[in-house]
Write a protein that binds this ligand. Structure first.
Ligand code: ZN
Length: 464
């Protein structure tokens, strides 16, 4: 941990963000000397298996459309600071799921906190995993056992793929560009005083398609990293709802790898938790959006891209996001009798804590990191299902830093709404909290807290 280049005033601003867990920096005069390592493992499940992300599904998937993978891209600068993006074909991971994986990675590779960011693609057509929204699916005992087996293998594979990427580190050069795809649709529709799901063409979206080309010492393209800010929910009905698939991002990856043989295409999910693909319904919609996204990326790759030459620097913090006060025992006991199994289970979990003398949740810790390459490119990497207002704010406030917002990173404790969404209510700020096991909503101050923390971290890493 190297803190010597940070002034006192800045450290104080940082501490206002919460717990600063690690910070690395380049040595100033060092040559760029960037190295990149890549690795991929297949993680396609055996069917039948329950799929994650929808409470409405009532049986396991019985078909696989195309393989699921986990990829790792390790980065190292000349000062031996390392950062690993792990792109995972799954809905999301929780802190409890990741804990043993991160412990093992720290033991084997001495990576500091925050240096490994698992970014879930948020495909809603991948298996349910342990300790992650498992009650949303209400699996049977037999289905639970399959989930456990898959989860054990997935944890081992995550450790393995990160190790393989770190072992593959070799000199690399980066190029960055920005494209555009327009299938992300704001999904918050205002009906009287309620917010319901639907297509809202007037609502905010982020249609940017950031693209990073990773080239080897010989100039050949080794990887194409791309992002998009939209749920992996093209498929939501009929028999297709019970098919394993990587969703639109998986199809985009397939097209890119077919057109660029020997190249790894890596998807990093953006901040678009209040966007759904449009149109949507069947696998054909996921394929269609995959074609559009791949086309946008190819346009960027075929045009002039800007070199990313700046020295890599990283910072990582956990921000405490305050919830409103938890309900009293009376309300919890009433909810524990609810006809809705999800409301019942949330109340039962809170009552269990009360009975054990444990404090009820009053805040949610959220991992946030910055991965900065001089003034050329700045990844803003956050946990949770981050809504699009954040992406748009970061792009405005940090316009000169070439920001690339990444959500669903590290772990997903719940949705991360802005003050606007908290005031409006609806799924992302209110009813989704039931599945995540929290009584909410968040206090509206979470927005200021996150935005000031991210901007302070990003600007502190600016090249002086
Ligand atoms: Zn979601």
């Amino acid at each position: 941990m190297m803190m010597h280049r940070v002034s006192k005033g800045r450290v104080r601003r940082w501490l206002a963000c919460g717990l600063v867990l690690s910070m690395t920096s380049g040595l100033g005069a060092e040559p760029p000397g960037l190295e990149v390592g890549l690795a991929v493992r297949e993680i396609t499940p055996e069917v039948p298996i329950r799929l994650a992300g929808y409470a409405g599904r009532n049986r396991p998937a019985d078909r696989v459309d195309h393989p699921l993978v986990v990829q790792a891209m390790a980065l190292r600068n000349a000062a031996d600071n390392r950062f690993v993006f792990v792109a995972l074909d799954n809905c999301e991971v929780s802190r409890a799921f990741m804990e043993p994986v991160l412990r093992e990675l720290a033991r084997r590779h001495e990576v500091p906190p925050g240096a490994v960011a698992v970014v879930s693609s948020h495909t809603h057509s991948a298996p349910v995993i342990e300790a992650t929204l498992i009650d949303m699916a209400q699996p049977s005992a037999d289905e639970r056992q399959r989930i456990q087996q898959y989860s054990g293998r997935l944890r081992d594979t995550l450790v393995e793929v990160v190790g393989a990427a770190l072992a593959d580190l070799q000199p690399a050069a980066l190029e960055y560009g920005l494209g555009r795809a327009t299938f992300a649709m704001n999904r918050r529709v205002y009906k009287g005083d309620r917010v319901v799901f639907g297509d809202n063409p007037d609502g905010p979206v982020d249609w940017d398609v950031p693209v990073l080309r990773v080239k080897g010492a010989d100039g050949a393209t080794r990887a194409i990293v791309f992002g998009y800010a939209c749920h992996g929910t093209s498929v939501r009905s009929g028999d297709d709802w019970y098919v394993v698939s990587g969703e639109y991002m998986g199809y985009a990856r397939q097209h890119l790898e077919e057109l660029h043989p020997g190249t790894m295409a890596i998807y990093l999910t953006g901040m678009g938790a209040d966007s759904d693909p449009s149109p949507r319904g069947l696998l054909v919609h996921a394929r269609r959006h995959g074609v559009e996204l791949a086309g946008a990326i190819l346009t960027v790759l075929n045009g002039p891209m800007r070199p990313v030459r700046g020295t890599m620097k990283t910072a990582y913090a956990e921000v405490e996001l305050p919830l409103v006060d938890p309900p009293g025992r009376d309300r919890l006991e009433a909810d524990a009798q609810s006809a809705d199994v999800h409301i019942r289970q949330r109340a039962q979990a809170y009552l269990k804590r009360l009975d054990a003398g444990e404090p009820l949740p009053r805040a949610v810790p959220l991992p946030v990191s910055i991965l900065r390459f001089g003034d050329d490119l700045t990844f803003i990497v956050m946990g949770g299902e981050v809504v699009v207002d954040y992406a748009r704010q970061f792009k405005r406030l940090l316009a000169n830093d070439n920001p690339w917002p990444v959500g669903y990173a590290y772990e997903v404790p719940c949705y991360i709404p802005t003050a606007r969404l908290i005031k409006e209510g609806g799924y992302e700020s209110d009813s989704s909290m039931i599945y995540y096991g929290f009584y909410g909503p968040f206090q509206t101050s979470v927005e200021d807290k996150l935005v000031s923390c991210v901007t302070a971290m990003a600007t502190d890493l600016r090249t002086p």
